[in-house]
Design a protein around this ligand. Sequence first.
Ligand SMILES: *Cc1c(COP(=O)(O)O)cnc(C)c1O
Length: 470
Amino acid sequence: MNSQSSQTMGQQSGRRSWAEPWKIKVVEPLTMTTREERKKALVEAGYNTFLLRSEDVYIDLLTDSGTSAMSDRQWAGMMLGDEAYAGSRNFYHLEAAIQKYYGYKYIVPTHQGRGAEHLISRTVIKPGQLIPGNMYFTTTRLHQELSGGIFHDVIIDEAHDPNSLHPFKGNIDLDKVQALIDQHGAKQIAYISVAGTVNMAGGQPVSMANVRALRALCQKHGIKVYLDATRMMENAYFIQQREEGYADRSIAQILREFCSYTDAAWMSAKKDNLVNIGGWLAVNDWDLFEELRNLVVVYEGLHTYGGLAGRDLEALAIGIEESAQDQHIRSRIGQVLYLGELLSQWGIPIVQPIGGHAIFLDARAFYPHLKQIEFPAQTLAAELYLDSGIRSMERGIASAGRDATTGDHYYPKLELTRLTIPRRVYTQAHMDVVAESVKAVYDARQSVRGLKMVYEPKYLRFFQARFEPL
Ligand SMILES: *Cc1c(COP(=O)(O)O)cnc(C)c1O
Protein backbone atom coordinates (compact mmCIF):
# COMPACT_ATOMS: atom_id res chain seq x y z
CA MET A 1 0.00 0.00 0.00
CA ASN A 2 1.63 3.27 1.02
CA SER A 3 5.18 3.61 -0.16
CA GLN A 4 7.49 4.30 2.71
CA SER A 5 8.15 7.90 3.29
CA SER A 6 11.46 9.02 1.92
CA GLN A 7 11.44 11.79 4.50
CA THR A 8 11.55 9.48 7.46
CA MET A 9 12.66 6.15 6.12
CA GLY A 10 15.47 7.13 3.75
CA GLN A 11 15.73 6.05 0.14
CA GLN A 12 15.34 2.32 -0.29
CA SER A 13 16.02 0.17 -3.31
CA GLY A 14 13.33 -2.52 -3.14
CA ARG A 15 9.93 -1.03 -2.45
CA ARG A 16 8.59 -2.14 0.94
CA SER A 17 5.24 -0.64 1.89
CA TRP A 18 3.41 -0.44 5.16
CA ALA A 19 -0.35 -0.69 5.49
CA GLU A 20 -2.83 0.35 8.14
CA PRO A 21 -2.54 -1.97 11.15
CA TRP A 22 -6.32 -2.61 11.13
CA LYS A 23 -9.06 -3.80 8.83
CA ILE A 24 -12.50 -2.32 8.34
CA LYS A 25 -15.47 -3.86 10.17
CA VAL A 26 -18.17 -1.18 9.83
CA VAL A 27 -18.56 1.36 7.02
CA GLU A 28 -20.25 4.75 6.92
CA PRO A 29 -21.41 5.80 3.43
CA LEU A 30 -20.28 9.23 2.18
CA THR A 31 -22.46 11.74 0.33
CA MET A 32 -21.44 13.09 -3.05
CA THR A 33 -22.72 16.51 -4.18
CA THR A 34 -22.69 18.54 -7.40
CA ARG A 35 -20.77 21.79 -7.74
CA GLU A 36 -24.08 23.67 -7.82
CA GLU A 37 -25.19 22.11 -4.55
CA ARG A 38 -21.84 22.96 -2.99
CA LYS A 39 -22.04 26.57 -4.15
CA LYS A 40 -25.44 26.91 -2.48
CA ALA A 41 -24.21 25.28 0.72
CA LEU A 42 -21.15 27.54 0.80
CA VAL A 43 -23.20 30.74 0.44
CA GLU A 44 -25.50 29.56 3.23
CA ALA A 45 -22.45 28.90 5.38
CA GLY A 46 -21.09 32.41 4.87
CA TYR A 47 -17.99 30.95 3.16
CA ASN A 48 -16.94 29.50 6.51
CA THR A 49 -16.31 25.75 6.42
CA PHE A 50 -17.19 25.54 10.13
CA LEU A 51 -20.76 26.52 9.21
CA LEU A 52 -21.27 23.81 6.59
CA ARG A 53 -23.49 20.88 7.45
CA SER A 54 -21.45 17.73 7.57
CA GLU A 55 -23.95 15.95 5.29
CA ASP A 56 -22.91 18.38 2.54
CA VAL A 57 -19.26 17.33 2.94
CA TYR A 58 -17.58 14.49 1.04
CA ILE A 59 -14.16 14.05 2.69
CA ASP A 60 -14.05 15.87 6.00
CA LEU A 61 -10.60 17.22 6.83
CA LEU A 62 -11.86 20.06 9.01
CA THR A 63 -10.20 18.69 12.09
CA ASP A 64 -8.71 15.62 13.71
CA SER A 65 -10.61 16.52 16.87
CA GLY A 66 -13.15 13.95 18.00
CA THR A 67 -13.22 12.48 14.49
CA SER A 68 -11.18 9.33 15.12
CA ALA A 69 -12.58 5.88 14.43
CA MET A 70 -12.75 3.85 17.61
CA SER A 71 -11.60 0.24 17.65
CA ASP A 72 -13.77 -2.81 18.33
CA ARG A 73 -12.13 -2.95 21.77
CA GLN A 74 -13.15 0.62 22.49
CA TRP A 75 -16.72 -0.03 21.37
CA ALA A 76 -16.80 -3.13 23.57
CA GLY A 77 -15.48 -0.95 26.39
CA MET A 78 -18.45 1.40 25.93
CA MET A 79 -20.69 -1.49 26.98
CA LEU A 80 -18.71 -1.79 30.18
CA GLY A 81 -19.56 1.74 31.24
CA ASP A 82 -20.14 1.91 34.97
CA GLU A 83 -22.59 4.80 35.11
CA ALA A 84 -22.22 5.50 38.80
CA TYR A 85 -22.20 9.15 39.83
CA ALA A 86 -19.14 8.65 42.00
CA GLY A 87 -16.16 6.34 41.85
CA SER A 88 -17.00 4.63 38.54
CA ARG A 89 -14.68 1.74 37.83
CA ASN A 90 -13.95 3.27 34.44
CA PHE A 91 -12.40 6.29 36.16
CA TYR A 92 -9.84 4.05 37.82
CA HIS A 93 -9.01 2.45 34.47
CA LEU A 94 -8.44 5.91 33.02
CA GLU A 95 -6.35 7.00 35.98
CA ALA A 96 -4.16 3.91 35.64
CA ALA A 97 -3.73 4.42 31.88
CA ILE A 98 -2.64 8.05 32.30
CA GLN A 99 -0.28 7.15 35.13
CA LYS A 100 1.22 4.33 33.09
CA TYR A 101 1.66 6.09 29.74
CA TYR A 102 2.13 9.75 30.73
CA GLY A 103 3.57 9.22 34.19
CA TYR A 104 1.77 11.92 36.18
CA LYS A 105 0.41 11.19 39.64
CA TYR A 106 -3.01 12.79 39.96
CA ILE A 107 -5.75 12.91 37.36
CA VAL A 108 -8.84 15.07 36.82
CA PRO A 109 -11.09 14.16 33.88
CA THR A 110 -12.80 16.95 31.92
CA HIS A 111 -15.36 17.00 29.14
CA GLN A 112 -12.70 18.05 26.60
CA GLY A 113 -9.41 19.93 26.36
CA ARG A 114 -10.72 23.44 26.91
CA GLY A 115 -12.45 22.29 30.10
CA ALA A 116 -9.01 21.32 31.38
CA GLU A 117 -7.48 24.58 30.14
CA HIS A 118 -10.17 26.55 31.91
CA LEU A 119 -9.52 24.84 35.25
CA ILE A 120 -5.75 25.06 35.19
CA SER A 121 -5.71 28.65 33.92
CA ARG A 122 -8.05 29.82 36.67
CA THR A 123 -6.04 27.99 39.28
CA VAL A 124 -2.47 28.99 38.52
CA ILE A 125 -2.54 32.36 36.71
CA LYS A 126 -2.53 35.61 38.66
CA PRO A 127 -3.77 38.65 36.70
CA GLY A 128 -0.88 40.37 34.92
CA GLN A 129 1.37 37.32 34.90
CA LEU A 130 3.11 36.21 31.73
CA ILE A 131 2.75 32.82 30.09
CA PRO A 132 5.56 32.09 27.63
CA GLY A 133 4.55 29.39 25.15
CA ASN A 134 5.74 27.72 21.95
CA MET A 135 3.24 29.49 19.71
CA TYR A 136 -0.33 29.90 20.81
CA PHE A 137 -3.28 27.58 20.46
CA THR A 138 -6.66 29.31 20.16
CA THR A 139 -8.48 27.93 23.20
CA THR A 140 -5.33 27.67 25.30
CA ARG A 141 -4.41 31.33 24.85
CA LEU A 142 -8.00 32.48 25.32
CA HIS A 143 -8.30 30.73 28.69
CA GLN A 144 -4.93 32.13 29.74
CA GLU A 145 -6.12 35.62 28.78
CA LEU A 146 -9.52 35.23 30.42
CA SER A 147 -7.64 34.46 33.66
CA GLY A 148 -5.71 37.71 33.31
CA GLY A 149 -2.54 36.21 31.87
CA ILE A 150 -0.48 37.66 29.04
CA PHE A 151 0.73 35.19 26.44
CA HIS A 152 4.26 35.52 25.01
CA ASP A 153 5.35 33.51 21.99
CA VAL A 154 8.79 32.00 22.66
CA ILE A 155 8.93 29.49 19.82
CA ILE A 156 12.09 29.48 17.67
CA ASP A 157 11.98 31.86 14.70
CA GLU A 158 12.11 28.99 12.20
CA ALA A 159 8.55 28.05 13.22
CA HIS A 160 7.26 31.17 11.50
CA ASP A 161 8.95 30.30 8.22
CA PRO A 162 6.93 27.77 6.19
CA ASN A 163 10.06 26.88 4.18
CA SER A 164 12.47 26.23 7.03
CA LEU A 165 13.37 22.54 7.20
CA HIS A 166 14.34 22.60 10.87
CA PRO A 167 13.48 19.10 12.19
CA PHE A 168 12.05 20.46 15.46
CA LYS A 169 10.24 23.64 14.54
CA GLY A 170 8.17 23.39 17.71
CA ASN A 171 11.23 24.05 19.90
CA ILE A 172 11.29 26.77 22.50
CA ASP A 173 13.87 29.50 22.11
CA LEU A 174 15.52 29.44 25.54
CA ASP A 175 17.07 32.87 24.96
CA LYS A 176 13.59 34.32 24.57
CA VAL A 177 12.54 32.67 27.86
CA GLN A 178 15.69 33.96 29.57
CA ALA A 179 15.02 37.46 28.26
CA LEU A 180 11.51 37.40 29.75
CA ILE A 181 12.91 36.24 33.09
CA ASP A 182 15.56 38.99 33.02
CA GLN A 183 13.07 41.65 32.10
CA HIS A 184 10.12 40.73 34.33
CA GLY A 185 11.49 38.38 36.98
CA ALA A 186 10.62 34.72 37.44
CA LYS A 187 7.74 35.55 39.82
CA GLN A 188 5.90 37.31 37.01
CA ILE A 189 5.86 34.12 34.97
CA ALA A 190 2.87 31.89 35.77
CA TYR A 191 4.40 28.85 34.02
CA ILE A 192 5.85 27.85 30.67
CA SER A 193 3.21 26.49 28.32
CA VAL A 194 4.73 23.79 26.12
CA ALA A 195 2.77 22.08 23.37
CA GLY A 196 3.95 19.07 21.41
CA THR A 197 3.38 18.97 18.47
CA VAL A 198 2.67 22.62 17.67
CA ASN A 199 -0.54 22.76 15.68
CA MET A 200 -0.37 26.40 14.59
CA ALA A 201 3.19 25.95 13.30
CA GLY A 202 2.06 23.04 11.13
CA GLY A 203 2.11 20.09 13.53
CA GLN A 204 5.81 20.58 14.28
CA PRO A 205 7.55 18.67 17.09
CA VAL A 206 9.61 19.66 20.11
CA SER A 207 12.85 17.75 20.63
CA MET A 208 13.74 15.90 23.81
CA ALA A 209 16.93 17.93 24.11
CA ASN A 210 14.89 21.13 24.01
CA VAL A 211 12.42 20.16 26.73
CA ARG A 212 15.27 18.84 28.86
CA ALA A 213 17.14 22.12 28.57
CA LEU A 214 13.96 24.08 29.24
CA ARG A 215 13.44 22.02 32.36
CA ALA A 216 16.94 22.84 33.61
CA LEU A 217 16.46 26.55 32.98
CA CYS A 218 13.07 26.62 34.68
CA GLN A 219 14.26 24.63 37.68
CA LYS A 220 16.98 27.21 38.25
CA HIS A 221 14.33 29.93 38.47
CA GLY A 222 11.55 27.96 40.17
CA ILE A 223 9.24 28.14 37.16
CA LYS A 224 6.83 25.30 36.38
CA VAL A 225 6.61 23.67 32.97
CA TYR A 226 3.12 22.60 31.89
CA LEU A 227 2.48 20.48 28.85
CA ASP A 228 -0.34 20.60 26.34
CA ALA A 229 -0.17 16.84 25.70
CA THR A 230 -2.86 16.81 23.03
CA ARG A 231 -0.57 15.51 20.27
CA MET A 232 2.37 14.24 22.33
CA MET A 233 2.13 10.71 20.84
CA GLU A 234 2.79 12.25 17.43
CA ASN A 235 5.58 14.36 18.90
CA ALA A 236 7.14 11.17 20.31
CA TYR A 237 7.13 9.62 16.85
CA PHE A 238 9.14 12.51 15.41
CA ILE A 239 11.66 12.20 18.25
CA GLN A 240 11.99 8.50 17.46
CA GLN A 241 12.52 9.22 13.76
CA ARG A 242 14.68 12.33 13.95
CA GLU A 243 16.52 12.70 17.23
CA GLU A 244 19.81 10.99 17.88
CA GLY A 245 19.63 8.24 20.47
CA TYR A 246 15.88 7.57 20.18
CA ALA A 247 15.59 5.32 17.11
CA ASP A 248 15.40 2.19 19.27
CA ARG A 249 13.08 3.56 21.92
CA SER A 250 9.37 2.86 21.82
CA ILE A 251 6.78 5.62 21.54
CA ALA A 252 5.67 4.77 25.08
CA GLN A 253 9.23 5.16 26.45
CA ILE A 254 9.77 8.46 24.65
CA LEU A 255 6.45 9.82 25.87
CA ARG A 256 7.25 8.95 29.49
CA GLU A 257 10.65 10.63 29.31
CA PHE A 258 9.24 13.80 27.72
CA CYS A 259 6.48 14.11 30.31
CA SER A 260 9.01 13.59 33.10
CA TYR A 261 10.50 17.02 32.27
CA THR A 262 7.15 18.69 32.93
CA ASP A 263 5.10 19.28 36.08
CA ALA A 264 1.59 18.83 34.75
CA ALA A 265 -0.35 18.35 31.54
CA TRP A 266 -3.71 19.01 30.00
CA MET A 267 -5.17 16.98 27.23
CA SER A 268 -7.72 17.13 24.49
CA ALA A 269 -8.32 13.38 24.31
CA LYS A 270 -10.32 13.99 21.14
CA LYS A 271 -7.00 14.05 19.29
CA ASP A 272 -4.23 11.55 20.13
CA ASN A 273 -6.31 9.44 22.51
CA LEU A 274 -8.69 8.12 19.82
CA VAL A 275 -12.02 9.08 21.36
CA ASN A 276 -14.86 11.29 20.15
CA ILE A 277 -15.13 13.26 23.38
CA GLY A 278 -13.00 13.70 26.49
CA GLY A 279 -10.10 15.47 28.11
CA TRP A 280 -8.04 15.41 31.27
CA LEU A 281 -5.64 17.19 33.55
CA ALA A 282 -2.75 15.38 35.19
CA VAL A 283 -0.43 16.87 37.79
CA ASN A 284 2.31 15.80 40.17
CA ASP A 285 1.70 18.40 42.86
CA TRP A 286 -0.85 17.45 45.50
CA ASP A 287 -1.82 21.02 46.40
CA LEU A 288 -2.48 21.91 42.79
CA PHE A 289 -4.50 18.70 42.42
CA GLU A 290 -6.60 19.67 45.44
CA GLU A 291 -7.46 23.02 43.90
CA LEU A 292 -8.27 21.52 40.51
CA ARG A 293 -10.41 18.89 42.16
CA ASN A 294 -12.34 21.59 43.99
CA LEU A 295 -12.91 23.55 40.81
CA VAL A 296 -13.87 20.64 38.54
CA VAL A 297 -17.01 20.11 40.61
CA VAL A 298 -18.13 23.65 39.79
CA TYR A 299 -17.58 23.59 36.04
CA GLU A 300 -17.39 20.01 34.77
CA GLY A 301 -18.78 17.48 37.24
CA LEU A 302 -17.56 15.33 40.10
CA HIS A 303 -13.81 14.68 40.07
CA THR A 304 -14.28 11.03 39.07
CA TYR A 305 -16.22 11.80 35.87
CA GLY A 306 -15.53 15.44 34.91
CA GLY A 307 -18.42 15.81 32.47
CA LEU A 308 -17.99 12.39 30.87
CA ALA A 309 -20.09 9.23 31.05
CA GLY A 310 -18.53 6.06 32.46
CA ARG A 311 -18.49 4.58 28.96
CA ASP A 312 -16.54 7.60 27.68
CA LEU A 313 -13.94 7.12 30.40
CA GLU A 314 -13.55 3.46 29.43
CA ALA A 315 -13.17 4.18 25.70
CA LEU A 316 -10.58 6.79 26.62
CA ALA A 317 -8.60 4.43 28.84
CA ILE A 318 -8.43 1.90 26.00
CA GLY A 319 -7.72 4.65 23.45
CA ILE A 320 -4.65 5.80 25.41
CA GLU A 321 -3.22 2.30 25.29
CA GLU A 322 -3.89 1.92 21.56
CA SER A 323 -2.54 5.35 20.71
CA ALA A 324 0.82 4.59 22.31
CA GLN A 325 1.49 1.62 20.02
CA ASP A 326 4.32 2.17 17.58
CA GLN A 327 2.54 0.63 14.61
CA HIS A 328 -0.50 2.83 15.16
CA ILE A 329 1.42 6.08 15.22
CA ARG A 330 3.60 5.06 12.30
CA SER A 331 0.63 4.49 10.03
CA ARG A 332 -1.19 7.56 11.32
CA ILE A 333 1.69 9.87 10.49
CA GLY A 334 2.56 7.77 7.42
CA GLN A 335 -0.78 8.68 5.88
CA VAL A 336 -0.19 12.38 6.50
CA LEU A 337 3.27 12.07 4.91
CA TYR A 338 1.82 10.23 1.92
CA LEU A 339 -0.54 13.11 1.15
CA GLY A 340 2.08 15.76 1.82
CA GLU A 341 4.73 14.15 -0.35
CA LEU A 342 2.28 13.83 -3.24
CA LEU A 343 1.46 17.54 -3.01
CA SER A 344 5.14 18.47 -2.71
CA GLN A 345 6.01 16.45 -5.79
CA TRP A 346 3.37 18.41 -7.71
CA GLY A 347 4.93 21.69 -6.66
CA ILE A 348 2.11 22.77 -4.37
CA PRO A 349 3.29 25.07 -1.56
CA ILE A 350 2.89 23.40 1.83
CA VAL A 351 4.53 23.90 5.20
CA GLN A 352 7.73 21.85 5.47
CA PRO A 353 8.68 19.57 7.05
CA ILE A 354 5.34 17.78 6.89
CA GLY A 355 3.79 17.72 10.35
CA GLY A 356 2.07 15.03 12.36
CA HIS A 357 -1.66 15.49 11.95
CA ALA A 358 -2.24 17.67 8.95
CA ILE A 359 -0.99 19.19 5.73
CA PHE A 360 -0.88 22.95 5.85
CA LEU A 361 -1.26 24.65 2.47
CA ASP A 362 0.63 27.93 2.30
CA ALA A 363 -2.16 30.26 1.21
CA ARG A 364 0.16 33.26 0.78
CA ALA A 365 2.16 31.32 -1.81
CA PHE A 366 -1.05 29.96 -3.35
CA TYR A 367 -2.58 33.40 -3.80
CA PRO A 368 0.27 35.94 -3.82
CA HIS A 369 -2.10 38.45 -5.45
CA LEU A 370 -4.36 38.55 -2.34
CA LYS A 371 -3.67 40.82 0.64
CA GLN A 372 -3.82 39.12 4.05
CA ILE A 373 -6.95 41.10 4.95
CA GLU A 374 -8.62 39.49 1.93
CA PHE A 375 -8.42 36.19 3.85
CA PRO A 376 -6.38 34.04 1.44
CA ALA A 377 -6.52 30.90 3.62
CA GLN A 378 -10.28 31.23 4.16
CA THR A 379 -10.63 31.71 0.39
CA LEU A 380 -8.61 28.58 -0.31
CA ALA A 381 -10.75 26.51 2.05
CA ALA A 382 -13.86 27.74 0.22
CA GLU A 383 -12.38 26.97 -3.21
CA LEU A 384 -11.42 23.44 -2.17
CA TYR A 385 -14.92 22.75 -0.93
CA LEU A 386 -16.39 24.08 -4.17
CA ASP A 387 -14.10 21.90 -6.25
CA SER A 388 -14.72 18.56 -4.60
CA GLY A 389 -16.66 18.75 -1.35
CA ILE A 390 -13.49 18.41 0.72
CA ARG A 391 -13.69 20.38 3.94
CA SER A 392 -10.56 22.04 5.32
CA MET A 393 -10.10 24.99 7.67
CA GLU A 394 -8.44 28.36 7.91
CA ARG A 395 -5.41 28.87 10.13
CA GLY A 396 -4.46 32.44 9.37
CA ILE A 397 -5.71 35.93 10.04
CA ALA A 398 -9.29 34.86 10.86
CA SER A 399 -8.07 32.33 13.45
CA ALA A 400 -5.56 34.76 14.91
CA GLY A 401 -8.29 37.19 16.05
CA ARG A 402 -7.64 40.65 17.44
CA ASP A 403 -5.26 42.16 19.97
CA ALA A 404 -7.29 42.51 23.17
CA THR A 405 -5.85 45.95 24.00
CA THR A 406 -5.59 47.70 20.61
CA GLY A 407 -8.51 45.92 18.91
CA ASP A 408 -6.44 45.49 15.72
CA HIS A 409 -6.30 42.24 13.78
CA TYR A 410 -3.32 40.07 14.57
CA TYR A 411 -1.48 39.59 11.28
CA PRO A 412 0.18 36.17 11.71
CA LYS A 413 3.16 35.38 9.51
CA LEU A 414 1.61 32.05 8.64
CA GLU A 415 -1.52 32.16 6.50
CA LEU A 416 -2.45 28.51 6.16
CA THR A 417 -5.27 26.23 5.10
CA ARG A 418 -5.25 23.01 7.05
CA LEU A 419 -6.10 19.58 5.69
CA THR A 420 -6.41 17.63 8.92
CA ILE A 421 -6.41 13.87 8.74
CA PRO A 422 -8.74 12.04 11.16
CA ARG A 423 -7.19 8.97 12.75
CA ARG A 424 -8.07 5.54 11.30
CA VAL A 425 -10.91 6.98 9.18
CA TYR A 426 -9.88 7.45 5.53
CA THR A 427 -7.93 5.28 3.11
CA GLN A 428 -5.08 6.03 0.76
CA ALA A 429 -7.57 6.34 -2.13
CA HIS A 430 -9.22 9.23 -0.24
CA MET A 431 -5.81 10.87 0.06
CA ASP A 432 -5.35 10.61 -3.72
CA VAL A 433 -8.71 12.29 -4.31
CA VAL A 434 -7.75 15.07 -1.89
CA ALA A 435 -4.39 15.64 -3.58
CA GLU A 436 -5.98 15.83 -7.02
CA SER A 437 -8.54 18.38 -5.83
CA VAL A 438 -5.84 20.58 -4.30
CA LYS A 439 -3.98 20.40 -7.59
CA ALA A 440 -7.08 21.48 -9.55
CA VAL A 441 -7.60 24.44 -7.21
CA TYR A 442 -3.91 25.33 -7.49
CA ASP A 443 -4.07 25.28 -11.30
CA ALA A 444 -7.04 27.71 -11.18
CA ARG A 445 -5.41 30.02 -8.61
CA GLN A 446 -4.94 33.12 -10.72
CA SER A 447 -8.65 33.80 -11.29
CA VAL A 448 -9.47 33.72 -7.57
CA ARG A 449 -10.48 36.81 -5.60
CA GLY A 450 -10.59 37.06 -1.83
CA LEU A 451 -13.25 37.44 0.85
CA LYS A 452 -14.42 40.11 3.26
CA MET A 453 -15.66 39.42 6.77
CA VAL A 454 -19.28 40.51 7.19
CA TYR A 455 -19.99 39.08 10.65
CA GLU A 456 -17.44 38.80 13.45
CA PRO A 457 -18.14 37.09 16.77
CA LYS A 458 -16.43 38.35 19.89
CA TYR A 459 -14.57 35.14 20.87
CA LEU A 460 -12.76 32.58 18.68
CA ARG A 461 -14.22 34.34 15.68
CA PHE A 462 -13.06 31.80 13.09
CA PHE A 463 -15.70 29.33 14.28
CA GLN A 464 -18.72 31.47 13.45
CA ALA A 465 -17.55 34.40 11.29
CA ARG A 466 -19.31 34.97 7.96
CA PHE A 467 -17.72 36.11 4.73
CA GLU A 468 -18.70 37.31 1.28
CA PRO A 469 -16.71 37.25 -1.96
CA LEU A 470 -15.00 40.49 -2.94
C1 LIG B 1 -7.94 20.85 20.40
C2 LIG B 1 -6.88 21.41 21.22
C3 LIG B 1 -7.15 21.98 22.46
C4 LIG B 1 -8.55 22.17 22.99
O1 LIG B 1 -9.19 20.96 23.17
P1 LIG B 1 -10.77 20.72 22.92
O2 LIG B 1 -10.91 19.26 23.22
O3 LIG B 1 -11.05 21.06 21.49
O4 LIG B 1 -11.53 21.57 23.86
C5 LIG B 1 -6.07 22.44 23.20
N1 LIG B 1 -4.81 22.36 22.75
C6 LIG B 1 -4.52 21.83 21.55
C7 LIG B 1 -3.11 21.76 21.08
C8 LIG B 1 -5.53 21.34 20.74
O5 LIG B 1 -5.26 20.83 19.54
